[in-house]
Every structure is written in structure tokens, then in C-alpha cells.
Design a protein around this ligand. Sequence first.
Ligand code: 13P
Length: 339
Amino acid sequence: MSWNSLPEIANTMVEKGRGILAADESTPTCTKRFDSIGVDSTEANRNAYRDMLFTTSGMEEFISGVILFDETIRQSTVKDGTPFPEYLTNLNVIPGIKVDKGAHPLPGTEGEKVTEGLDGLDARLKEYFELGARFAKWRAVITISETEPSSTCVAANAHALARYAALCQENGIVPIVEPEILMDGSHTIEDSFVVTEEVLHSVFYELYGQNVLLEGMILKPNMVLSGYKCSEQASIDEVAEMTVTVLKRCVPSAVPGIAFLSGGQSNENATARLNFMNKILGNHSPWNLTYSYGRALQAPSLNAWRGKEENVPVAQDAFYKRAKLNSLATKGDYSSDME
Ligand code: 13P
């Protein structure tokens, strides 16, 4: 497969019924996930785990792209040593790459963070393109508290996202722009709405300022949610309605698609909420609404795998099932009895 322009790549990433697998856990994050199932985080085990996911038969029906980590884009299938980017491309699954260098303390704030990684990014993007990547991801992290986020934190992260996005496009790579507002804390869903609106406005203002082609990017936002510790947890329809409202206010219809992060929601909630949003928007949606989930696509399969080759078939079944249910949710055709 080859994709010839930024809009063509972006449209393929969010085509109806397909979404993105976020498998770009950095080595420390992957180690945390492996610790939870008692597996050593060796290079070989990480390769075997990613191989299990990517070689799931039929996953390409529901998965349009996979976000890889720097180590993973250089790894290969276990069976015949095909480099992962080549293997995925042959399946019409677009290889992507995480390019940010993580969230670091932001001077002038009380413990807030800004995502780094702009230095040397142009050269890294050129290498990743050669390795087969056609889209990239950069994640900004915003927290909600009594005093946060500060306008300093919102502006610095939005600016970095826009600089990254412009550099990607210059190199023929579609940027996934991910401003994640965390679920951590006791804030209400209304707090999340206000902060999400502020952050998305700021991000699109900066994208315009850096001449980013909206038709050639994908937005990866959080859903509007109650904080984990909030005593009142919003219902599925409240989450869906408030998320759709904020997106309508902030995201130009030139953007081809919105692919949500799961952010610690349960697998079932991540699917049900996406489904409800697609029900509300129906065929009149300005953008395709889909998934770019890490945990909510992988958790059952990671638990089934446990580092053992004999568990690969059940682990692949578990991954296939979550991918299929989320695919149905992009059409509003999911219901909880399918679980
Ligand atoms: P989660 O879906 O687990 O939040 O991960 C998505 C992701 O890529 C975060 O950057």
C-alpha cells in the first residue's frame, strides 16, 4: 500500500469502521504493564507482545493504523522477520510513531508539565519516514485542580503541539495532535468541559498560527469526563453529549477525524461512550469519530497473554473482540450485550 498525500493518510486513519491501536508505550510504561502480569520487560518479550497484537488475524478490518515506539518500529515479526512497518503496510494498516520525549516540569508553574522533543525532531522524522512511518503522535498532559491548568501550561503545550504538527507535515507525516486532560482528581464533568474547551481553542489557535493544514491532521482528545475521585460520576449519555458539544465548539470541520484516547476508562465505558457519540452525530457528523486506544484495546489481551506462547490464540481473540466492538461503536452499532 502507499498513501500519496497528507489528507489521504489522515482520511485512511479514520475511515468508517476502523480506528488506531496505540501500541507506543515507552519502555518504562511497557515495563509497568508487564510487571502487572509478572513478565520480564526484555526486548525479546516486548517484541513478542507486539507481534502477538499485530499478527492477530483479521485485525486490519478494525485497525487502520498502529502507533509504534522507537524500539518497536525497528523490530520484526517473530515468524519470518518482516520489519513491523512493512508487515503492517502490506495489510493496509498505516505505521505511526510516537515522537515526543515525554512531559517535563514547566518553569514558572507549580509543578505543571510541558511536553518536550522539538530539538532534533526534523532529523528524527526524516528517519522515521524512511522506516515507513506515515503518521506521528505527540501527547501534551494537562491536569485539573483548584488552580490548574494555568494559562502558562495551556499556552506552552498548545504551542509545542503546533510546532510539532507543522514539522510533521513538512516531512510528509500526518500529526496526531493529542492534548490530554487527565481524569485524575475530584473535578466534576463541568470542570472537565470548561478546561477541554479552553485547551482545544488554544490548540487550534496555535495550529493556525503555525500554518498547519487541518485536512492533514488528526485530533486525539480526551472525552469530557468526571474526575476519578469525583463523588458524582456522569452517565454515558452525559459524557457523550458534553464531549460532542465541546468538539462542535472548538474543532473545525476541515479536520477529517477525531480519534479519542481511552485515558484509564474501563474497556466497556470507552466503547459505550464512543458509540453514544456516534449515535448522536449520525451521518451528519463533520468528522469521523473513532478510537486511538492503548489500554482500552489491549488490557484483556495483555492479561490473557501473560508472556506465554501457548496463550497467544486467546490473547489474540481478546484483542480482536475489543477491536471489533470499538469498530461497531464508530457506527453507533454497539450494545453492551455484545460484551
Ligand atoms: P490510552 O488509550 O491508554 O489512554 O493510551 C492512548 C495513548 O496513546 C496515550 O498517549
